[in-house]
Write a protein that binds this ligand. Structure first.
Ligand SMILES: *Cc1c(COP(=O)(O)O)cnc(C)c1O
Length: 424
């Protein structure tokens, strides 16, 4: 094969970089093995699925909470039924509710916005920067008399610039609730993600770094915040637990984690650092050579040592190029995608959050939007965060997996170089 032939993009009929299919297996679920099976079946054999039938370390849910407390250095942890439930309990823990505003980035999973609405508050959307996370410099001009909290989201395992966010929060007396659903085990400048704000929230759903099937964890250093979160997570808990609480009873729901989920979560937690180490070295092998390609600009990762490295992303010059670039990579045999494409609804991009954009509600009064406590003039539209859409539109994302081997990383590099020469 001549050099010219090898250089012809697979998209244009040339030979692809690889015909071997990349493994589908990904993150925590790929690691499920005998240990997980033994732990979960052990719970079944005990016939006690409800967590509060087990005391102390005999409860997997208790053990999972302890693991998260140790990891984050936050004394109090609460295992719940999911990441969204963790955010709801965290917001309730902070006392956020009707009439309050919470600042969230325009690039996050829709669940971040949903949790804010469910507690009766409204989300105020803010711009991201080239890290694809909340831009600390954009927060201040979105603060109003109703703002109560800022919710940084460590998207795609990349840490937010927390010092800037905390500075704005402290200056204005706002609470910080971190959505670390996609960044379990990550850190920023040596400090664990989830431990910067008053509250940190994790998800252990199937698509996150480790999984309990469904599940989430709230961490905090504040006993009262924890008590309030715990009360919200069980409709009658306030009558027997948390012991010695000074919080007056209020309504809760059922966000409890069960022991089968706890068991799966505890075993998976043991795999977390191994998964992260493999992902980080794989990503290093990919981004170092990509940094030399002039036609693309790598996503800015504030702390590569601490990030979770579940993906690698870069920007092209315009959205049309990004779409074409991703298509050309797929033709070369490389799993790749663009993030914001007007034709493809992706609930990680704010214009596709219809129930925010159109102020959807479950009740006939249209709450919480119509509450007299909220600003009636607050509007949402897809042009409100131009920089966010520009960045997301120009981004190409490569999903990484700890089961990839060096050859997969090398194919990715080869294909990106080839496409950069061919498309741009
Ligand atoms: C997955 C996710 C959630 C919600 O977690 P669930 O466990 O699915 O409820 C919240 N925020 C972000 C950023 C997520 O990725």
């Amino acid at each position: 094969m001549s050099k010219v032939e090898a250089e012809l993009l697979a998209l244009h009929g040339g030979p692809p970089v690889t015909v071997e299919k990349f493994p589908d297996a990904w993150l925590g679920p790929a690691e499920i093995g005998e240990e997980e099976i033994a732990a979960v079946t052990g719970v079944l054999r005990s016939r006690k699925i409800f967590r509060f039938l087990h005391e102390g370390d005999a409860s997997y849910c208790n053990r999972l909470e302890k693991l998260f407390s140790e990891r984050t250095g936050c004394e109090y942890s609460l295992a719940v039924g999911g990441g969204t439930a963790a955010l709801i309990c965290g917001l309730v823990g902070l006392g956020v509710g009707e009439g309050d505003e919470v600042i969230i980035p325009g690039h996050t999973y829709i669940a971040s916005a949903s949790a804010v609405l469910i507690v009766g508050a409204v989300p105020v959307l803010t711009e991201i920067d080239s890290s694809l996370n909340m831009d600390p410099d954009e927060i201040e001009n979105r603060i109003t008399s109703r703002t109560r909290a800022i919710m940084p989201v460590h998207m795609r395992g990349v840490p937010c610039r927390m010092e800037g966010i905390l500075e704005v929060a402290r200056k204005h007396g706002l609470k910080v609730i971190e959505d670390a659903a996609q960044a379990c085990g990550g850190s920023y400048k040596g400090r664990p993600l989830g431990s910067f704000g008053e509250v940190g929230c994790f998800s252990l759903q199937q698509y996150k770094i480790i999984t309990s099937g469904e599940g989430g964890v709230v961490v905090t250093r504040d006993k009262e915040v924890f008590d309030r979160a715990a009360i919200r997570h069980d409709s009658a808990m306030c009558y027997w637990k948390p012991e010695g609480s000074s919080v007056r009873p209020f309504a809760g729901e059922n966000f409890r984690m069960n022991e089968m989920e706890g068991a799966l979560g505890v075993v998976q937690f043991g795999r977390l650092d191994g998964i992260l180490a493999t992902l980080r070295s794989l990503k290093k092998r990919i981004v170092e050579p990509l940094a030399e390609i002039e036609e693309i600009q790598l996503q800015d990762v504030p702390d590569p040592e601490g990030e979770c490295a579940v993906q690698a992303a870069f920007f092209t010059k315009d959205p049309e190029t990004a779409r074409l670039f991703a298509e050309a990579l797929r033709a070369e045999g490389i799993p790749a995608g663009s993030i914001y494409d007007k034709g493809i609804p992706d609930r990680h991009v704010f214009p596709f959050w219809e129930y925010v954009m159109e102020k959807g509600s479950s009740d006939r009064h249209g709450r919480p939007w119509t509450s007299p406590l909220h600003d009636p003039n607050r509007r949402y539209h897809s042009a409100m965060l131009p920089r966010t859409l520009d960045l997301l539109g120009r981004a190409v994302v490569l999903q990484l997996s700890q089961v990839f081997e060096d050859r997969h990383a090398d194919w990715i590099v080869e294909a990106v170089k080839k496409v950069a020469r061919g498309v741009l």
